[in-house]
Design a binder for this molecule. Structure first.
Ligand code: ZN
Length: 261
């Protein structure tokens, strides 16, 4: 892979033995990796000479093999499960927090956010209440993008520069709002690698799913096979657009529930 092309990985809550997850429906579980799986991926990165970068580092597109590591939602496992593993293997990461979830069961509280920040990890913003941003009125959007930024900045005491879109949904208004709020980048959930030519307000990310093999993980880091995921996503997006987010989510829950028995 050319040095200037970097895959951004998107993680969520990690599963720890004996610990209750924030949510349990099949649509959520798809994105939950056991901490051991995450650890084997980070071990693979280190053994293969790859760097794990946060978003600011990745946006400088450094030479040499590297991936950008991101987490969405601000679950407590960011600090108690992911951070120790990242430190063990010398990786950095960006944790995008949902401001309104902080301090609720299963999510980070303000002290824990400061601890992650002090450990040298990057804190980003993932909205106030986790809605689909493309469904909102302008004042609602402002609260989700600008209000959330201010709230997280008040916790860490410095500026927050990176935003990720809940459920990957956004429109041009969202991007304009983020830019005006002072965000330097916006990440979505579409499976493409980024390069210095990519618009920083439309950074692709690859969702890390529950049970990948290390061979699949390696292929993803190299950016191989992303076009296939992208094609599936585009089909899904056009169905979402045709049905509307609410109907689509209902159908998806029904179908996933059936598949998992
Ligand atoms: Zn999310």
């Amino acid at each position: 892979m050319a040095a200037s092309r970097i895959v951004f990985l998107m993680y969520h809550e990690l599963e720890l033995a004996g610990r209750k997850l924030c949510q349990s429906e099949p649509g959520y579980m798809r994105y939950i990796l056991p901490v051991e799986t995450f650890r084997s991926q980070m071990a693979w990165l280190k053994a293969s000479g790859w760097r794990g970068l946060n978003v600011s580092e990745a946006l400088r597109y450094p030479a040499g093999p590297g991936v950008c590591i991101t987490f969405d939602d601000g679950c407590e496992t960011d600090l108690i499960a992911a951070a120790p593993v990242l430190r063990e293997f010398g990786c950095n990461a960006t944790f995008y927090l949902t401001a309104g979830f902080l301090g609720t069961p299963g999510y980070l509280n303000s002290n824990q956010v400061r601890e992650l920040d002090e450990q040298g990890f990057q804190i980003g913003c993932h909205s106030m209440t986790h809605p689909y941003l493309s469904d909102l009125t302008k004042p609602e959007l402002e609260r989700e993008v600008v209000g959330a930024k201010l709230q997280i900045e008040a916790i860490v005491g410095h500026s927050i520069e990176h935003f990720s879109c809940p459920g990957g949904r956004y429109d041009q208004r969202t991007l304009q709002m983020a830019r005006r709020a002072g965000f330097a980048s916006v990440a979505n959930s579409q499976s493409y690698a980024n390069s210095s030519g990519t618009n920083p307000y439309e950074l692709g990310r690859v969702a890390m799913l529950r049970n990948p093999t290390l061979a699949e993980f390696s292929a993803t880091c190299h950016g191989r096979g992303l076009w296939k995921k992208r094609l599936q996503q585009q089909t899904r997006l056009s169905v979402q657009r045709a049905l509307g987010n609410r109907t689509y989510d209902h159908l998806r829950a029904v179908l996933l529930g059936r598949r998992s028995g």
